[in-house]
Design a protein around this ligand. Structure first.
Ligand SMILES: Nc1ncnc2c1ncn2[C@@H]1O[C@H](COP(=O)(O)OP(=O)(O)OP(=O)(O)O)[C@@H](O)[C@H]1O
Ligand SMILES: [Mg+2]
Length: 265
């Protein structure tokens, strides 16, 4: 191999951000995630697709240890972030979740003002030195989440007083405000209208230049628009993982083919 091809490979190959090895998740006796192995890349949007109940949210929650908060959930295997085991006893889940942010399937704003919802993370992690810096982070995050224009005159009203779609965008602003390295998004657009959806998709595309983004979606069109990699889950198995354009045009597994053509789901 000559020097040039080494340079080309280095440019072409993105770093592995998250690596999952032989991951199993059980809820009591129910085996919800079965032996999942996957490498999720940095500076890439990865879509998780598959029928309802196949384990997308469960696997997503493994990546920032949100399953720790579910009593009956039990996880086996190994998940690494930048090569470090995130389930190691020395890892503080709160610190981990600042690096691996999450937007949930249902909007869950804190019972605080719109401003304080977004400022909460930057405050506890000391990201702003002055009030002006904090104001700037809050504005930038709300603009990124396509919410600024609707809330700029009511920043000190409660976040819970917003509409469902606005609350979801507030949660997206809250998640990006701490500048996480990885952003996990569980159906972030399911409560949004088409305009807000396209604004959030634009934000996801921007985030890709700095972060690793994983998005769960039921919309094939959305997966095709925003992601470079796609993982198809079925009955707790990761059936197929690859480049999004290949998954959608030349799926290798008949189950993937059936799902993307609308025969199972
Ligand atoms: N807290 C829980 N307790 C018990 N079982 C659970 C829990 N959460 C999920 N499950 C079960 O685990 C399986 C996977 O659920 P999960 O929510 O991960 O699916 P999903 O792919 O995200 O589905 P959807 O597209 O409907 O959101 C399902 O059978 C579900 O009933
Ligand atoms: Mg789900």
């Amino acid at each position: 191999m000559n020097d040039m091809s080494i340079v080309e490979r280095a440019v072409d190959q993105k770093d592995i951000k998250i690596s999952a090895k032989d991951v199993q998740v059980y809820y009591g006796d129910k085996h919800a995630i079965k032996d999942v192995n996957v490498e999720i890349l940095d500076k890439t949007v990865t879509a998780f697709i598959g029928p309802s109940g196949c384990g997308k949210s469960t696997f997503l929650r493994c990546i920032n240890r949100m399953n720790d908060t579910i009593d009956i959930a039990r996880i086996e295997g190994r998940i690494e972030l930048d090569g470090e085991d995130i389930y190691d006893r020395r890892v503080d889940p709160v610190q981990l979740r600042a690096k691996v942010g999450m937007v949930f399937q249902k909007p869950n704003p804190f019972p605080k003002s719109i401003f304080d919802n977004v400022a909460y993370g930057p405050r506890i992690h000391g990201l702003a030195r002055t009030r002006a810096e904090l104001d700037e982070i809050v504005e930038k995050s709300l603009r990124g989440a396509a919410l600024w224009n609707e809330v700029k005159d009511r920043l000190h009203e409660p976040g819970t007083g917003l509409s469902g779609g606005q609350q979801q965008r507030l949660c997206i602003a809250r998640a990006v405000a701490t500048q996480p390295e990885v952003l996990l998004m569980d159906e972030p657009c399911s409560a949004l209208d088409p305009i807000a959806t396209s604004q959030v998709e634009e934000l996801i595309d921007q985030l890709r230049s700095d972060y690793s983004v994983v998005i769960v979606t039921h919309s094939m069109q959305q997966a095709a628009r925003v992601s470079q990699k796609t993982a198809f889950f079925h009955l707790g198995n990761l059936v197929e993982y690859g480049n999004t354009d290949e998954i959608f045009t030349r799926p290798r597994d008949p189950r993937t083919e059936s799902y993307i053509s609308g025969r199972i789901g």
